[in-house]
Write a protein that binds this ligand. Structure first.
Ligand SMILES: [Fe+2]
Length: 507
């Protein structure tokens, strides 16, 4: 694709028609008119690619829709934006030259105010490459490391930041998701940043572990202080160039995962899209460092699994507790696009307890059902939590496995899960089989109320609605998790199954 992308603006009745709120005939009528055309999946390509098909099919245009139809009631205390991002390829010529981690970042957002769903927007992040493909000018000099910033989108001190790991700096978006430009915390971020930040709300500190494939001998622990500037950047020696996707933060410690997925210069030389390989020669370790820096205490762990995301971490006396999702080893990240298969297994939820006094790590399976995208009440990041939220999107794991012809797991498909990690129980909010639920984010009813119950709030997720061929923003009452949604906000297009996002509350 070159030149300007299609843009569609929908208002009032056109939104209702395009979202199918007027019924199937309304949807057809809307689709027939160019002024109200919903986003359509990309045309099927001759060479099938599991991460370009079905729930993953990229959105092909940018939509703006106002006054969205709602089934149910939007809680009036939800004032802000629910944002989520993911790779959404733009102008891909060869489907074989695709990798699920790679692709231009597209942020989807719904703005809620006073019980109304004011708007929906989806926007590509205007990196220099994307601006070029869209035929738009790029403001300012092109960064040396120009990334799609397709992995996470977070709010930080009134700014919206699109994030990616492996060398990228953030891109800043405005309140309506238009790209402002690269963001370096007022000139204080000198190198790379991360996809997964940890905000300690009580200390008002934003933490990151940054790595860069061109510097495979170390990573950096970056701390952004209360004034929004980088106050500390600590070099941590780490040989072999491991992929450091996520980490843990407690009140006293930083938890680092040194994994056997490492940068492969030969793969990079071949032009592999993701030049990281499962490396049996690279020991799997978990490290604990004091938040203020200093030596890392490493603990070798069996190479039987690969962590993907941390739900949260906390100190418990002389122990550090981390809840996380793990994949069975080996985790073959390269996948199609660089010649290899995807990982054969599905992720599960585990608890790793690092006993600093006894010098050992114990690993316990909390839930062996396939699930990913673990989240916690964000006000508790680095502190002890009781509840966690995960998504079980069979589509995601099927896409992994379909390459090798492994049949999908029929037993447990699209669902959102609330875990009570104190009692060891869970509640499952089941969704239609093709619903392809993405990550669910917990939003507190009142984040300023320190006495509120940990689960007093809502779980928000974009969920595909197969009947409409478009997505809904689903709002669940976290304390009544299996009940029907409080609200289903009907979007005019699909939100492809993507990666991470955030609730960005109004100031
Ligand atoms: Fe992630």
């Amino acid at each position: 694709m070159s030149g300007h992308t299609r843009r569609t603006v929908l208002r009032g009745a056109a939104v209702a028609a395009a979202t199918g709120a007027l019924g199937a005939s309304g949807l057809r009528a809307a689709a027939a008119g160019p002024a109200a055309a919903p986003s359509r999946p990309a045309a099927r390509t001759a060479a099938r690619h599991p991460f370009l098909e079905g729930a993953f099919a990229p959105a092909t245009e940018e939509l703006t829709a106002f006054d969205l139809p709602v089934t149910g009631r939007v809680p009036r205390e939800l004032n802000g934006r629910y944002l989520r991002t993911g790779p959404n390829v733009l102008g891909l010529e060869d489907p074989n030259a695709h990798h699920w981690m790679i692709g231009e970042g597209m942020v989807h957002g719904v703005r809620l105010r006073e019980g109304r769903a004011e708007w929906y927007r989806n926007r590509w992040v205007r990196s220099a490459a994307v601006a070029g493909k869209l035929g738009e000018p790029y403001p300012g000099p092109v960064p040396a490391d120009d990334f799609a910033c397709n992995t996470h989108v977070v709010g930080y001190k009134g700014r919206i930041l699109a994030l990616q790991e492996g060398g990228a700096k953030p891109y800043r978006l405005d309140d309506e998701l238009a790209t402002v430009g690269p963001y370096d915390f007022g000139g204080t971020l000198k190198g790379a940043f991360t996809a997964h930040t940890k905000l300690d709300a009580a200390a008002d500190e934003l933490h990151a572990l940054a790595y860069h494939p061109a510097r495979p001998d170390h990573i950096r622990h970056v701390v952004v202080g209360r004034h929004g500037k980088v106050t500390r950047s600590t070099r941590i020696p780490l040989a072999g160039g491991p992929m450091v996707h996520d980490f843990g933060l407690t009140e006293r410690h930083v938890v680092i995962f040194d994994v056997p997925v490492t940068f492969d210069p030969a793969a990079a030389g071949r032009g592999d899209l993701v030049p990281y390989v499962w490396n049996e020669k690279h020991p799997a370790r978990v490290g604990v460092m004091k938040r203020g820096g200093g030596p890392v205490r490493w603990f070798e762990v069996p190479m039987t699994s690969w962590y993907s995301h941390t739900l949260n971490a906390y100190d418990e006396g002389s122990k550090v507790v981390v809840d996380l999702t793990t994949f069975p080893a080996p985790f073959l990240v390269a996948g199609r696009g660089s010649g290899g298969p995807y990982a054969p297994g599905s992720p599960s939820l585990d608890r790793w307890t690092i006993d600093l006094a006894r010098g050992r790590v114990t690993r316990r399976r909390l839930d062996d059902r396939p699930q990913e995208f673990p989240r916690v009440n964000e006000t508790l990041v680095s502190r002890r939590h009781r509840y966690g939220y995960t998504a079980a999107a069979a589509t995601f794991f099927e896409a992994y496995r379909s390459v090798d012809g492994v049949p999908p797991d029929e037993a447990f498909s699209s669902a959102l899960i609330k875990h009570d990690l104190l009692r060891g129980t869970s509640q499952v909010h089941r969704l239609p089989r093709d619903a392809a639920a993405g990550e669910a984010v917990f939003v507190a009813s009142d984040a300023t109320d320190a006495r509120a119950a940990e689960d007093d709030g809502y779980a928000l997720a974009y969920v595909h609605n197969p009947e409409r061929g478009a997505s809904d923003l689903v709002i669940l009452a976290a304390q009544d998790f299996t009940a029907k949604p409080l609200a289903r906000i009907h979007l005019p297009g699909r939100v492809p199954l993507g990666l991470h996002g955030s609730w960005v509350a109004d100031a």
